[in-house]
Write a protein that binds this ligand. Structure first.
Ligand code: G6P
Length: 611
């Protein structure tokens, strides 16, 4: 978490750094800060608690002039969100550092530095890096060498950038476990946690690898060294997505824009990947056909919303591809003694490709004898993509809203492609394959029709704004969709929401149901519909107000206490994708009514690169 930007330019860098921070706010927004080296070689720093806008206001009053600098937006881990804990952190008046991640042995290092006379001014783990590098620099007189020596003493996962007033026009960066990219400009060079931060100045990037140290200097010089300090070359790639994703366009929030992009991005996720009768297995990579033929089991690992996509996929893969599937959150999986049956495919799902727990799970899995690893991810060049044997990009384009929307539905689309590819290999009935392919082709159009219900969903949202709790129910593959609906509502409207498989209602949660507990249910026209209807009656009989999203062909009538919103008929396999949309819209409108910060809800961050 936390966002880093750096620039060594031929112009003043304050504006570039500030714009980069705004684009990185999704990584955290507890405080922001910037350090710039003045033309006279002085280190100037400005910091502010709260969002980047607070820093911007301070910089307007007292701009920082200079052509090289580093900046940071923070998601607090060690030490509360305050100006004193905001980055950059300094050692003396000549060295500043910004850092993303956690230094696990910081307490021991802090004790050592305090004993040596260093005075700490923050509660952060980052400040130990500043003092360690300063001490090393005193002896070595070379910033890159000093940073490289200090890295050997740091335990944990991090990305960092350092400047020193004695080396004007130089930034040294390093990464281990957290992302850092180099932006290649014309006689200028940049650093960022994410290419998105730098798209206003370049579309050419070098992705640093684990353990790399980079030195940026005047005239756009970029030197990369591996963990052992040997010079290495990292390929420069052109970024594929346009810059439009970083602006809200005509929408009030990024989340709303991203919800409305779903017809287009689902179509993009399908593009070139569907044949007449099935999914094109080569979409997963040249080795996929041979590897998929050997798959006997699948383990799916992910976090947050991505985990919910994995839960849906289990229903699909077991039903249509006949492969047993386990799904687990990465933070649990990585600390378990996992038993891996022969010929098991390991699948990670991640919007960012940088989630620390998911990455660690992949690295753990690689030592446990899996057949192969497949990453379904939205960010090309991310660590997860680079470290997996097979990949499928979800093509959602950058997602800025912290609450994931289009990334989720494109993950589901990609997982249906995986289901089809494995289904064909495992002898899925041809008629069913064609049915699913046809349904997938029609999906973007149906998604667009659901978006037309926005006004009706907005009208429903008023019933939630004053409530403190909500219960989501679903059965089968719609249980994970209920979980995702509850997650969306709690993330952005701060209403406590829980999801239950509808059949479990009578085993506990029914005790909570009264007129203050709205109950939301998805009721596609599938084989579990009759059972779901009985569960809904159980709620109604206890005075609970019901909100049912139902297939237009389902005979469910509006009556007192039961609100029914009808969705276009969809193939039952794809209903989990379609029924996600009204739940996204509902959460969005409730949050807007409540006046919360929709795109950047409190305490959260988009990309969680710490454990
Ligand atoms: C954070 C985000 C969630 C996301 C989760 C997993 O918690 O706020 O929206 O689902 O991380 O992220 P990933 O990038 O691995 O999908």
């Amino acid at each position: 978490m936390c966002g880093i930007v750096g620039a060594v330019a031929q112009r003043k860098v304050q504006g570039i750094l500030l714009e980069g921070l705004k684009r990185l706010e999704y990584r955290g927004y507890d405080s922001a800060g910037m350090a710039v080296l003045s033309p006279q070689g002085a280190l100037q720093r400005c910091r502010a608690a709260g969002k980047v806008a607070a820093l911007e206001a301070r910089l307007e009053e007292a701009p920082l002039a200079g052509q090289s600098g580093i900046a940071h937006t923070r998601w607090a881990t060690h030490g509360r969100p305050s100006e004193a804990n905001a980055h950059p952190h300094q050692s003396g008046e000549r060295l500043a550092v910004v850092h993303n991640g956690i230094i696990e042995n910081h307490e021991q290092l802090r004790r050592e530095l305090e004993a040596a006379g260093y005075v700490f001014t923050s509660e952060t783990d980052t400040e130990v890096i500043a003092h360690l590098v300063a001490r090393e620099y005193r002896d070595a007189g070379d910033l890159r060498g000093a940073v490289q020596a200090v890295l050997a003493r740091l335990d944990g996962a991090y990305a960092l950038a350092v400047i020193h007033a004695d080396e004007p026009g130089v930034i040294v960066g390093a990464r281990k476990g957290s992302p850092l990219v180099v932006g290649v400009g014309i006689d200028e060079a940049f650093l960022g946690s994410d290419p998105l931060a730098l798209l206003q100045v370049t579309d050419r990037f070098s992705y640093l690898q684990e353990g790399d140290v980079v030195r940026l200097s005047a005239a756009g010089r970029v030197e990369v060294f591996d963990a052992a300090g040997a010079p290495v070359t990292r390929e420069v790639q052109t970024f594929e997505h346009g810059d439009g994703a970083a602006s809200k366009g005509d929408y009030r929030h990024f989340m709303l824009k991203e919800i409305h992009e779903q017809p287009a991005v689902i179509a993009a996720a399908l593009e070139g990947r569907l044949g007449e009768r099935s999914a094109l297995v080569e979409s997963f990579g040249p080795d996929a056909e041979a590897l998929f033929a050997r798959v006997r089991q699948i383990h799916i690992v992910a976090c947050g919303t991505s985990y919910h996509a994995g839960m849906v996929a289990r229903y699909w893969l077991e039903r249509y591809a006949g492969v047993p599937v386990q799904v687990e959150v990465a933070s649990e999986y990585r600390y378990r003694q996992v038993v891996v049956p022969e010929d098991t495919l390991f699948v990670t799902l991640s919007q960012s490709g940088e989630t620390a727990d998911t990455l660690a799970a992949l690295r753990y899995a690689r030592e446990r004898g899996y057949l192969a690893s497949l990453a379904i991810c939205n960010v090309p060049g991310s660590s997860l993509v680079r470290e997996s044997d097979l990949t499928l990009m979800t093509q959602a384009g950058p997602e800025i809203g912290v609450a994931s929307t289009k990334a989720f539905t494109t993950q589901l689309t990609a997982l249906m492609l995986l289901t089809l590819a494995l289904g064909r290999i495992n002898g899925l009935d041809e008629g069913v394959q064609v049915e699913l392919v046809t349904a997938l082709r029609a999906l973007p159009g149906l998604v667009a029709r659901v978006l037309e219900l926005d006004g009706e969903i907005e009208a429903l949202s008023a019933a939630f704004a004053e409530k403190h709790h909500a219960l989501f129910l679903g059965r089968g593959a719609h249980y994970p969709i209920a979980l995702e609906g509850a997650l969306k509502l709690k993330e952005i409207s701060y209403i406590h929401a829980e999801a239950y498989p509808a059949g479990e209602l009578k085993h506990g949660p029914l005790a909570l149901v009264d007129s203050e507990m709205p109950v939301i249910s998805v009721a596609p026209n599938d084989e579990l519909l009759d059972k779901l209807k009985s569960n809904l009656q159980e709620v109604r009989a206890r005075g609970g107000e019901l909100f049912v999203f139902a297939d237009e062909q389902v005979g469910l009538e509006e009556e007192a206490g039961i609100h029914v919103l009808r969705l276009p008929h969809v193939h039952e396999a794809l209903a989990p994708i379609l029924y996600t949309l009204p739940l996204q819209l509902l959460s969005y409108h409730v949050a807007v009514l409540k006046g919360t910060d929709v795109d950047q809800p409190r305490n959260l961050a988009k990309s969680v690169t710490v454990e």
